[in-house]
Structures are given as structure tokens and as C-alpha cells.
Design a protein around this ligand. Structure first.
Ligand SMILES: *[C@@H]1O[C@H](CO)[C@@H](O)[C@H](O)[C@H]1NC(C)=O
Ligand SMILES: *[C@@H]1O[C@H](CO)[C@@H](O)[C@H](O)[C@H]1NC(C)=O
Ligand SMILES: *[C@@H]1O[C@H](CO)[C@@H](O)[C@H](O)[C@H]1NC(C)=O
Ligand SMILES: *[C@@H]1O[C@H](CO)[C@@H](O)[C@H](O)[C@H]1NC(C)=O
Ligand SMILES: *[C@@H]1O[C@H](CO)[C@@H](O)[C@H](O)[C@H]1NC(C)=O
Ligand SMILES: *[C@@H]1O[C@H](CO)[C@@H](O)[C@H](O)[C@H]1NC(C)=O
Length: 652
């Protein structure tokens, strides 16, 4: 009985929020009075988005409390399918993935929950939350009536929804509404049978009472394929939109019932190589106030963005990956800090509803642990045997990550030069099949980088028989639009000169496990780097450690880490994969380091995988822990900046 743990609070909540004695809790759409109705009373939510998958569990309570103190009465969260079922049938709801605990905390604090279980969620999350193993069927049509897709959805929802059912408001839990799919009207398939199937599936598991809804862009054209009978249609739009026109679009689908903006954008997402998105507090406050004035229900997306730890970021098409930080310029920063926008929003809410009295949990202190000296370990090529837990796979032509049963990270593709290349000879991906970035070396010497849509050819020289290593990085799967079937690895043949390269040996690399288990060996002294710093060196590991200073109260505290002079790679602390760094491209320069992964009992171990070139022979070979974030370093903008921040269509 999971509820027992919160018994006292639970009773209190029943008294505060529960129905009068004798009736059971109810939540419904009132079509007559254009509002929601909770236990018979008119009800309007002012909600904020928080994704538990982007915040360490240790901080869930702090963030939820801050949301409550801003005057919100609800939160909205997605459930990312691929976060809970990384391999078919193997479910993980523990630790940071304990969504039930998250729901209980929300209820304990006094927040209702708007649940968005997908199956597709977009969310700037890898593949929009869909597990990449769905691509085992190569031509699967995701988000449609495709039989294999539906079978997997049915199985997953058969696990998730019964788990959520006790948390429905009708069952004395915090969940007031449940969204089905996500912005389906923006997807090309427009498959009504799919939406009908989901409706039946959700009803079968959750019952007839719960309010099910859809969310689409605020335009009649989106609602056409996105809305369907039996699901209450809501819209999403940002602070620049014409509110009257936007809700008119909702009225087109729902002539009666509450006005709902399910995603009111407080900020916007970033991409590597584009400028950091910023949206003014004044604009957000003004637009929020106008919506609240017309009695609309609003969810602020995001209220706190958090971080794409590990490999969880998504990407847009044409391929542009999102960075590790999902700060979103939201009212609570990536690290949960109170911002000017937080107080501006709170002041607006105060005009329309009661805001709780009492102290707001303060911004957590940050500590600058300083510089940590890094020491070079093995290169990836040297460590291949150690890193490849499943052993090599050989085939004439390259296989994808999916073929190799690997979801995230890196695969090493190894072959040999079939001919003497005494002159520079192009090693190319004529069909643009490097997904997403490949670090090429010949006999242990880095020769170049291939990059999806950007660099399709590098020159190589070497004798016949030379070892060619192509380390391919999956930089995050496309999460929006028709390109979500985003296979990774070498998805088409490479050519040398005009000739397809054959004879591949492929190594799935279990880098995260190797880092956790401390399996990486030292850099062999015979190969010490001397002389000129290389513009490019083969991908390699580095390690360092630091001790939390004694005699200072309240340590460990949160921090940020930056990698001065490093180019691009991945960083772990005590085996926890903090995410990708890419200061050479920006705009993100620092990564958030939550105190919860730091230790006072032993030295903290930092592991870096640098993919391009380390700064070690020229400047200091260090990473640096600082007390403030840098997410907006100016970069040579490669993509058109999104000036209008109204809808997701602006990305296209
Ligand atoms: C907003 O939309 C409404 C309804 O479509 C229209 O009448 C009004 O002129 C628009 N306002 C602005 C400022 O464009
Ligand atoms: C490569 O060149 C060497 C001489 O430099 C020669 O012995 C060898 O046969 C050549 N290999 C191929 C595959 O052409
Ligand atoms: C490869 O080498 C050829 C011949 O030297 C040169 O013309 C070409 O620009 C080079 N290509 C790249 C991508 O460096
Ligand atoms: C590589 O080329 C071969 C021969 O044309 C073809 O059979 C194979 O499907 C290609 N592989 C990929 C991954 O495109
Ligand atoms: C860091 O690594 C050392 C050596 O393996 C180990 O003794 C120590 O416990 C590690 N620190 C943490 C915080 O796990
Ligand atoms: C980045 O943000 C900081 C603080 O928020 C600000 O002072 C600085 O001007 C910004 N830099 C750029 C290039 O926008």
C-alpha cells in the first residue's frame, strides 16, 4: 500500500481538498459553465510543467515546493516511455525513475497533477520518449495503427496505466486529467484509428470517469488531426500569440467547456550552435495575466526545465541536437534557482488567486570546488576490448545501433584500408549516413570528423591494411516531425574514393558501465604526447578527482563544471553521466552538478571522454568547478535563430 507512507498528510489533504463527507471525489468538464468542476465546485488550474526525468530525485521536493509557493495549484509532467523501458519488457521505476514517489510528493505538497503519459511526448527528449528498440522493425510507422507499434504501446500502457490508476483524483490521488498522445495534429500520419485505439486503451485502464484530453497547436489545421471525440481538446501557445485568436481555435473543436492552454511557453529550447533562447519576464507576465483574466486554465511550460543528463536530449530536423541543459529560461532555473521571472509570475497569480503565505525555499547555494587536474587514460581505440562487453560483430557492410542492439552512446566501426592511399583519398558518406558524428582515425592518428548534414567527407592517407577506426556518436534522436525514425550509427555505406568500404568489425561500447566499474586503464607511457598540441587527437578518456573541503558547513553543495580548452565530449562524476559538453560550439558552457551525486566520504571521481582534442599539452589539463552557470556563450550561429517564440512550427 504505497499510500500508507503519507497517511497523516493524506488525511489532511482529504480534509483540505477532498469532497464533503459521504460523496466520492470527482473531477469533470462542465460544458454548461465552461469550466472544470471538482467535487461539484468550479475549478481552474494554474499549473507548471516539471519533468521528473530531468531533475535528481533528491531535488523533487524542493522544486515542487517552490512551484506550490508560486501560487500554482497543479503540475504537469510527461512520462517518457524510453526512460522506463530501455529494453523490451524490462521496466525501471526505481530511484530517479520512481514516478509514483514523484506523484506522492506532489500530493503531499498540495499540488494536483496533469499527467501526460504519451506514448509519444516530444519534450525535446530522445525520440520524443519512444524507445529506440521500436525501430527493430525497420519500416515501422510510429504514432500510427502499425500493428507492431500498437502491440508495443498496448503492452507498455498495460504496465503504466494500471500503476497510475490509484493516483487518479477519483481514487483519492492527485491526478485530475490525463493527456492522450501529444500534438498529434502536427504529425503527418493523421491516423484517426490510432487515436481511437488510444482512447479505448486509456479508458479500459483508467475507467470512464477521468478527464482525458488532447493538446495541439492553437490553429484549426492542427486540431483537425489532433482532436477526436471523447478526448477534450486543448491548445498550446506562447506569450507572443493572440490569445483571443488562439482560444477561438480551441472553441472550433470544443464550442463549450473550459479554455485551456496546455503549454504556455515561459521560454524556449536551445540547440547546439544556436543562440541561447531568452524570453522576457514582462512579456510572459502580461500574457499570463490576460489568460487568467478570461478564466482560462493555464499550464506554464516549463516551470522548471532541468537537465538532459546522460544521453537523453532530443534533436530537431534538419538535424540540430539540443544541449544538455534544459534551462528553458524558465521561472526556476536549471538548478532550481528563483529568478526574476518566478516572482513576476507569482505577482500575476496573486491578482487572480490566493498565493500561499510563508517562506519560499531559497535558491540552493553553489560552491566553486575549483580546478581539478585531469590525467589522460586510454584512447577509445586502445580500450575497445575493455569497453565492448558484448564483443565484436563482423559484417561486410555497416550495421546500425539498432542492429547492434545499442540504444545510446557510441559504437566503434573498425575496418582496414583495402588499397594503398599514398595521396589524400576521400573517405565519404555519399548518402549522408553518419548519424550523427564520427571521429575518424587511421592507425591511431586522428584524421578528421564526419558530421550529419555538414561534413560528408574526410581525406585519409595510409598503406593498405592500415586500421581505420570510425567512432560514431549518437547525439540524440529527432523528437519532432516525420523524421523520428532516427536510426543511429553508420546508416549507409562509406566509400573510399568511389568504392564502398567493406569488412567492418563493430564494437558496441558499454562506456557508462566501464566508467562506473573503473575499468579504464592508464595511458601507455610509450605513447606520451610530445611537441605541438594536435588540432585533432583520437577520442580518449581522462580522469581526475577532488575532495570536498572540510570545515565548511553544508557541503557538498551544487556546482557547475566547465571544461576550458576542451572541445566536445561526455563527462561523468562518480559514475553519474552528467551529459554532453561542447563549448567549442556553445551556447552551453557549464554543466549543472547536483550535490546529490557528490560525496564527502571519498574523493569525487571525474571522468571525461574527449572526442576531438584535449588542451593538455598547451594549457592546463583541468576541468573547473564554478558557482555560476554560463548557458549563453556567443556562438557563430549556424541555424536561423527562432525570433518568434509562439509555436513549435517556428522551428521548421
Ligand atoms: C486577435 O485576434 C482576434 C480574433 O481573431 C482579432 O479580432 C484581433 O484583431 C486580433 N488582435 C490583434 C492585436 O491582432
Ligand atoms: C601497397 O604498396 C606496397 C609498396 O609500397 C605494395 O607492396 C603493396 O602490394 C601495395 N598494396 C596494394 C593493396 O596495392
Ligand atoms: C582532399 O584532398 C584533395 C586532394 O589533395 C583536395 O583537393 C580536397 O580538397 C581534400 N578534401 C578535403 C575534404 O579535405
Ligand atoms: C551497402 O552496399 C551494399 C551493396 O550495394 C548494400 O547491399 C547494403 O545494403 C548497403 N548498406 C547500407 C547500410 O546501406
Ligand atoms: C573514487 O575512486 C576511488 C578509487 O577507485 C574510490 O576509492 C572512491 O570511493 C571513489 N569515490 C567515490 C565517491 O565513489
Ligand atoms: C549571458 O547571460 C549573462 C547573465 O544572465 C549576461 O550578463 C550576459 O550579457 C549574457 N551574454 C550574452 C552573450 O548574451
Amino acid at each position: 500500500m504505497p499510500v500508507l507512507r503519507f497517511n497523516g498528510v493524506f488525511l489532511l489533504l482529504l480534509l483540505l481538498f477532498g469532497p464533503s463527507l459521504g460523496t466520492s471525489p470527482s473531477f469533470s468538464v462542465d460544458y454548461k459553465n465552461n469550466c472544470f468542476r471538482k467535487d461539484g465546485e468550479q475549478f481552474r488550474y494554474i499549473s507548471g510543467s516539471i519533468h521528473y526525468s530531468r531533475i535528481p530525485r533528491a531535488y523533487w521536493k524542493d522544486r515542487l515546493l517552490k512551484m506550490y509557493m508560486a501560487g500554482l495549484n497543479a503540475i504537469q509532467t510527461y512520462v517518457p516511455w524510453n526512460y522506463h523501458e530501455e529494453s523490451p519488457g524490462q521496466y525501471d521505476f526505481s530511484g530517479d525513475r520512481d514516478v509514483e514517489y514523484f506523484l506522492k510528493l506532489a500530493q503531499e505538497i498540495g499540488l494536483f497533477v496533469i499527467l501526460r503519459p504519451g506514448p509519444y511526448i516530444c519534450a525535446e527528449w530522445d525520440m520524443g520518449g519512444l524507445p529506440s528498440w521500436l525501430l527493430n522493425k525497420k519500416n515501422i510507422v510510429l504514432r500510427s495503427s502499425d500493428a507492431d507499434y500498437i502491440a508495443a504501446v498496448d503492452k507498455w500502457m498495460g504496465k503504466l496505466l494500471p500503476m497510475m490508476k490509484p493516483y487518479l483524483y477519483q481514487n483519492s490521488g492527485p491526478i485530475i486529467t490525463v493527456q492522450v498522445e501529444n500534438e498529434y495534429g502536427s504529425y503527418f500520419a493523421c491516423d484517426y484509428n490510432y487515436m481511437r485505439h488510444l482512447t479505448k486503451l486509456f479508458r479500459a485502464h483508467l475507467g470512464d470517469e477521468v478527464v482525458l484530453f488532447t493538446t495541439d497547436g492553437a490553429g484549426v489545421n492542427y486540431l483537425k488531426c489532433g482532436s477526436i471525440q471523447g478526448l477534450y481538446a486543448t491548445v498550446d501557445f506562447g506569450p507572443g500569440a493572440n490569445i483571443t485568436a488562439a482560444f477561438e481555435a480551441q472553441r472550433h473543436a470544443e464550442p463549450y467547456g473550459p479554455l485551456v492552454n496546455s503549454e504556455f511557453y515561459t521560454g524556449w529550447l536551445d540547440h547546439w550552435g544556436s543562440r541561447h533562447s531568452v524570453v522576457s519576464s514582462a512579456l510572459v507576465a502580461k500574457s499570463l495575466s490576460r489568460m487568467l483574466a478570461v478564466e482560462a486554465n493555464v499550464n506554464l511550460y516549463m516551470f522548471i526545465g532541468g537537465s538532459n543528463f546522460g544521453y537523453w536530449n532530443g534533436a530537431n530536423s534538419p538535424y540540430a541536437a539540443q544541449p544538455t541543459s534544459y534551462d528553458y529560461d524558465a521561472p526556476l532555473s536549471e538548478a532550481g534557482d528563483l529568478t526574476e521571472k518566478y516572482f513576476a509570475i507569482r505577482d500575476v497569480i496573486r491578482m487572480y488567486s490566493k498565493v500561499p503565505e510563508g517562506p519560499i525555499p531559497p535558491t540552493t547555494p553553489k560552491y566553486a570546488y575549483g580546478s581539478v587536474k585531469m590525467k589522460k587514460l586510454q584512447t577509445v581505440s586502445d580500450a575497445t576490448e575493455t569497453l565492448s562487453f558484448s564483443g565484436p560483430v563482423r559484417s561486410s557492410y555497416p550495421q546500425t545501433f539498432t542492429d547492434l542492439n545499442q540504444a545510446f552512446g557510441f559504437v566503434l566501426y573498425r575496418t582496414t584500408l583495402a588499397v594503398n592511399c599514398s595521396q589524400p583519398t576521400p573517405l565519404s558518406s555519399p548518402l549522408n549516413g553518419v548519424h550523427d558524428r564520427a571521429y575518424v582515425s587511421v592507425d591511431g592518428v586522428a584524421v578528421g570528423i564526419l558530421e550529419r548534414n555538414k561534413v560528408l567527407s574526410v581525406n585519409v592517407t595510409g598503406k593498405a591494411g592500415s586500421q581505420v577506426d570510425v567512432l560514431v556518436e549518437n547525439m540524440g534522436r529527432i523528437n519532432y516531425g516525420r523524421d523520428i525514425n532516427d536510426f543511429k550509427g553508420l546508416v549507409s555505406n562509406l566509400t573510399l574514393g568511389q568504392v564502398p568500404v567493406t569488412g567492418w568489425t563493430m564494437y558496441s561500447l558499454s562506456i557508462d558501465e566501464a566508467v562506473k566499474q573503473g575499468l579504464l586503464g592508464d595511458h601507455p607511457p610509450a605513447r606520451t604526447d610530445q611537441g605541438q598540441p594536435a588540432a585533432l587527437s583520437p577520442p580518449a578518456f581522462y580522469k581526475g578527482s577532488f575532495v570536498i573541503p572540510g570545515g565548511i558547513p553544508d557541503l557538498p553543495q551544487d556546482s557547475y563544471v566547465k571544461l576550458p580548452g576542451w572541445k566536445k565530449g561526455q563527462i561523468w562524476i562518480n559514475g553519474f553521466n552528467l551529459g554532453r559538453y561542447w563549448p567549442a560550439r556553445g551556447p552551453q558552457v557549464t554543466l549543472f552538478v547536483p550535490a546529490s551525486i557528490l560525496s564527502t566520504a571519498a574523493p569525487n571521481n571525474v571522468t571525461v571522454l574527449e572526442l576531438e582534442a584535449d588542451p593538455c599539452s598547451s594549457q592546463s589539463c583541468t576541468v573547473e568547478f564554478t558557482a555560476s552557470p554560463v548557458l549563453n556563450a556567443t556562438v557563430l550561429s549556424e541555424h536561423k535563430p527562432c525570433r518568434r517564440l509562439f509555436t513549435k512550427e517556428d522551428l521548421l
